[in-house]
Write a protein that binds this ligand. Structure first.
Ligand code: E4P
Length: 309
């Protein structure tokens, strides 16, 4: 686990360059004390999970993807669209990421325009890459081209499936509003594959090259992840690396940390400079619990019985 003293000053600088996330409403005398607080999104397509978190003011956004929509019960594109519309309406004015299911630019742009018409709070989620892996006839830069085209059309985007800082930088340059680094999947991978550390001089970890032999590994940026340190921290270091690079170059694309697996990753990613956290509902519901709070509350209620009410 990262120690707070390992976090560089860049992260503080980033907070200064980012816009306030909770601006004080017009005419309000008492300014909000946490206007630069990080935002928390729910990572789910299930409105039953979203509603209580929304009502409690815990979340100010939602992210979905085809897997989450299927898990929430969507069994056709029609039902997925209806569920997405309902979430967009409930969350208004907060952002809701809706992921494209088309994989060619010609079909992705009209699909993005259609989804964007559901509400002014819609953000279009665009996979950063993998197009060529799905179909070798598709342009490998499709995601970047779509991000750039949507930026030129004033449509907000969330570049998803980010696994290294170069992908994040490319997405930012293409005009992405958010980048979604998947810290949990990186951590899972590093636990599962006890990958060999690269020799000194290369601060990056080597990941198995899934597309060929080791001799090809340098060809693929996706073969590398997150600057040095304990291998088990690779996911959280991915967030850190992107936040520091964005801070250094004053990039205002927001770092939307994603793919959470446990409670500890929540404060860790805040220490590392994530602008927004998108977290599964069960983690959000329990992460702020503490047994000593429960004990303390029971004692207060018990002792207050001594007073007249
Ligand atoms: C968020 O935007 C992602 O779609 C999500 O966090 C993926 O997480 P997973 O690794 O749990 O599928």
């Amino acid at each position: 686990m990262l120690r707070p003293d390992e976090i560089p000053a860049h992260i503080g600088m980033r907070r200064k360059i980012m816009d306030d996330t909770l601006p004080t409403p017009e005419g309000k005398l008492l300014p909000h004390p946490a206007e630069k607080a990080p935002r928390i999104f729910a990572d789910t397509g299930d409105i039953k999970e979203i509603r209580p978190l929304h009502d409690a003011g815990i979340i100010s956004g939602v992210t979905t993807n085809p897997t989450l929509m299927k898990k929430a019960g969507a069994d056709s594109w029609e039902s997925a669209k209806n569920m997405m519309k309902e979430i967009v309406k409930l969350l208004d004015p907060h952002p809701v990421s809706l992921e494209l299911t088309e994989i060619t630019k010609e079909k992705m742009i009209p699909q993005a325009e259609k989804l964007a018409s559901y509400g002014h709070n819609v953000v279009i989620k665009v996979p950063i890459g993998g197009y060529e892996a799905v179909d070798s006839s598709i342009d490998r830069n499709t995601g970047l081209k779509v991000l750039h085209e949507l930026w030129s059309r004033d449509i907000k985007t969330n570049a998803t499936l980010i696994f290294n800082s170069t992908q994040a930088l490319w997405a930012a340059r293409a005009g992405a509003t958010y980048v979604s680094p998947f810290l949990g999947r990186v951590a899972d991978y590093m636990y599962k594959h006890d990958a060999v550390e690269m020799p000194l001089g290369n601060s990056l970890y080597h990941m198995e090259d899934h597309r060929g032999g080791k001799e090809n590994s340098r060809l693929f940026n996706t073969s590398y992840v997150a600057a040095g340190g304990d291998r088990k921290d690779a996911g959280i270091r991915l967030i850190h690396e992107i936040a520091v690079i964005f801070a250094n170059y004053r990039i205002k694309t927001e770092v939307l940390a994603a793919s959470y697996r446990n409670d500890v990753q929540v404060p860790e990613s805040l220490l590392c400079g994530a602008d927004i956290l998108t977290v599964p509902a069960p983690i959000l519901m329990a992460v702020a619990d503490h047994p000593l709070t429960d004990e303390g509350m029971k004692a207060f209620v018990e002792d207050s019985k001594a007073f007249d009410h």
